[in-house]
Ligand binder design. Structure first.
Ligand SMILES: Cc1cc2nc3c(=O)[nH]c(=O)nc-3n(C[C@H](O)[C@H](O)[C@H](O)COP(=O)(O)OP(=O)(O)OC[C@H]3O[C@@H](n4cnc5c(N)ncnc54)[C@H](O)[C@@H]3O)c2cc1C
Length: 554
């Protein structure tokens, strides 16, 4: 939906007028303040901005940009200021100014957060308005940053994805198409060959920045106190980590989440999740992650973006985790939710087709999508074999591609037999994919057979990569027991000898989801033998909080 249509259709929810009784409930948490026409209540870029309810007069919301102001809205009596940045005290994207002499009710942002948690009615009205306002700002590209780059540059793409996945409103100018690019580059003194360039608040220029530099420039982590000893440190803000953050923070724990990239994890890259409970028409991974992230912040969890855990120290409590940005953070309990990365093929347009022709799982959803069509599967393990047998039930033809001479060394005999007996499954040995072709969807796959060097171009719209996943566990530095593939072992899966080797110090056995170190838990895809699905990651992240409470009391 276009931003203007969204504002038009949902104006009532985006800019609601509070009743007198609702304002009275807020009044107990803030202070009345007289304002003069033209007085700035919040300047763009201010951290920890307060929340205002207009009691008399008006408050104009504008976005300063390149020497002029874009008008966002005008708040009248009963209306309130703010959007999602206010929840965590992030920098204001806009300027708020009194349009007339009047009066406002001013509430500090921490106090507003408590109010949102305790007053269900106000919480719903204000949270909905905040989220819709942020969506509208994103739709209009009304933020405090401009990204200048090229559609042909992978670093530009990575930065765009970072901004989009962090739901940060921004303008993107393409070097090859936007006429204003030259004027902007001249103004900030940047050459064409220095792109991608991020211009923050009109003056700070970042040439081909790292994610950490961008996060710093956007002020994403500015309010986070890294020196505090936390009750719970969650590593990873995918579905599992965000669930742990929501449940931990809502149940009174002081929670810090570390995220290497952006909230959402692998799920964030899914164009539509159709099997997550409660969303019968599906939900994009981005939307699900955005909601979960806002929910975690509403309950008071801090989420540090572009901050990876690089080393865990677990020999004494509180545990210590070294961050990629430098500091060391301490916590009394840790939830490992750093997920896994599907092994990817080194193919140029792979990421463009992920979710639109390239898949990493063969569930009912995928079988429906490729019903009656030819599909290809890359991989020689049992997951590839299961996928081949499953897809053969509905696809026209299934091509299984392996680099090896055959499947015997990697796949169970029963699956090999089924593949051999299926008339619509063909095994291509010593074969590798060389290119992907398509537009907004995969259309053709090129592969080469090493035996005769022949390259074929096949009309295949669905490619399944079943080459295994690698857990993000390098940062654990040998602290906890892992399985032979590097996934974290938990609960009753831990053998007596593994607990002995880890010097398990307690009379009790490890709790469900607890690793070989008491007080350190693992949830979601990073956990050995986990079901690699959004729902199970969310479930594990949620229930582990009960067990964290038990260990904190030990
Ligand atoms: C393209 C795609 C589509 C999918 N579609 C579906 C679907 O439709 N339905 C379904 O049920 N499942 C789907 N899945 C699987 C699902 O996304 C995963 O099972 C789920 O995301 C696992 O959640 P998680 O939180 O355990 O891990 P992840 O989602 O992997 O999240 C882990 C997070 O940890 C961060 N991280 C990693 N290392 C560190 C570190 N050292 N420090 C800080 N942060 C770190 C990562 O950046 C990431 O954000 C899909 C997966 C992919 C790739």
């Amino acid at each position: 939906m276009a931003a203007a249509d969204l504002v038009e259709q949902r104006r009532g929810q985006m800019f609601p007028t509070l009743t007198e009784r609702q304002i009275e409930r807020i009044a107990g948490h803030g202070a009345r303040r007289r304002v003069r026409r033209g007085e700035i209540l919040i300047e763009q870029g201010t951290h920890g901005m307060p929340f205002h309810v207009v009691l008399a007069g008006t408050v104009e919301i504008v976005r300063p940009y390149a020497g002029h102001e874009d008008r966002v809205t005008v708040h009248h009596p009963g209306e309130f200021t703010g959007e999602t940045s206010l929840l965590a005290g992030r920098r204001s994207l806009v300027r708020a100014r009194a349009g007339e002499d009047g009066e406002v009710l001013e509430v500090p942002h921490e106090t507003l957060r408590t109010l949102l948690q305790t007053d269900a009615e106000l919480g719903e009205i204000i949270m909905r308005a905040f989220i819709l306002r942020r969506v509208a700002l994103i739709g209009r590209g009304w933020g405090d940053v401009v990204l200048v780059g090229s559609d042909h540059s992978p670093s530009t793409l990575a930065l765009r994805q970072f901004l989009i996945r962090n739901a940060h409103p921004h303008r993107y100018l393409d070097l090859d198409h936007d006429p204003e690019v030259q004027a902007l580059l001249d103004r900030v003194g940047v050459r064409f060959d220095e792109i991608p360039v991020l211009v923050c608040r009109g003056d700070r220029v970042l040439r081909n920045p790292t994610f950490a530099q961008v996060a710093d420039c956007l002020g994403l982590n500015a309010e986070i106190d890294v020196a505090a000893v936390r009750d719970l440190l969650v590593v990873g803000a995918g579905p599992a980590g965000l669930a742990a953050a929501v449940y931990g923070a809502s149940e009174g724990l002081d929670v810090l989440v570390l995220e290497k990239h952006a909230p959402g994890g692998q799920a964030g890259s899914s164009s539509k999740i159709e099997n997550y409970l409660g969303f019968p028409t599906g939900i994009s991974g981005q939307a699900l992650a955005g909601r979960a992230f806002t929910q975690a912040e509403k309950f008071g969890a801090d989420v540090a973006i572009a901050n990876a855990a690089v080393k865990l120290q677990c020999d004494r409590r509180p545990f210590a985790v070294q961050l990629s940005t430098g500091p060391v953070v301490h916590a009394r309990a840790i939830v490992i939710a750093s997920g896994a990365q599907y092994r990817k093929l080194p193919l140029e347009r792979l990421s463009a087709f992920e979710g639109t022709g390239v898949y990493y799982a063969a569930t009912t959803v995928e079988t429906q999508i490729c019903h009656g069509e030819d599909v290809a599967i890359v991989g020689g393990g049992n997951s590839a074999g299961q996928a081949a047998v499953y897809l053969a039930e509905t696809a026209r033809h299934v091509h299984v591609l392996v680099r090896a001479d055959g499947l015997a060394a990697t796949m169970s005999r029963y699956l090999i037999r089924r593949i051999e007996e299926s008339p619509n499954v063909t095994l291509h040995t010593r074969t590798e994919i060389t290119a992907l072709e398509g537009d907004d969807h995969l259309r053709h796959v090129h592969w080469r057979c090493a035996a005769n060097g022949a390259v074929e171009r096949r009309e295949i719209r669905h490619l399944f990569l079943m080459t295994g996943a690698e857990p993000n566990t390098a940062w654990l530095a040998g602290c906890v027991a892992l399985d032979d593939k590097g996934f974290v072992k938990t609960g009753s899966d831990l053998r007596a000898d593994e607990l002995a080797a880890a010097r398990w110090p307690l009379a009790r056995s490890p709790h469900l989801l607890e690793t070989s170190v008491p007080g350190i838990f693992a949830v979601g895809d990073v956990r050995a033998a986990s079901v690699k699905r959004v729902a199970s990651a969310v479930g594990e992240g949620s229930i582990c909080v009960q067990l964290v409470h038990k260990t904190l009391g030990e």
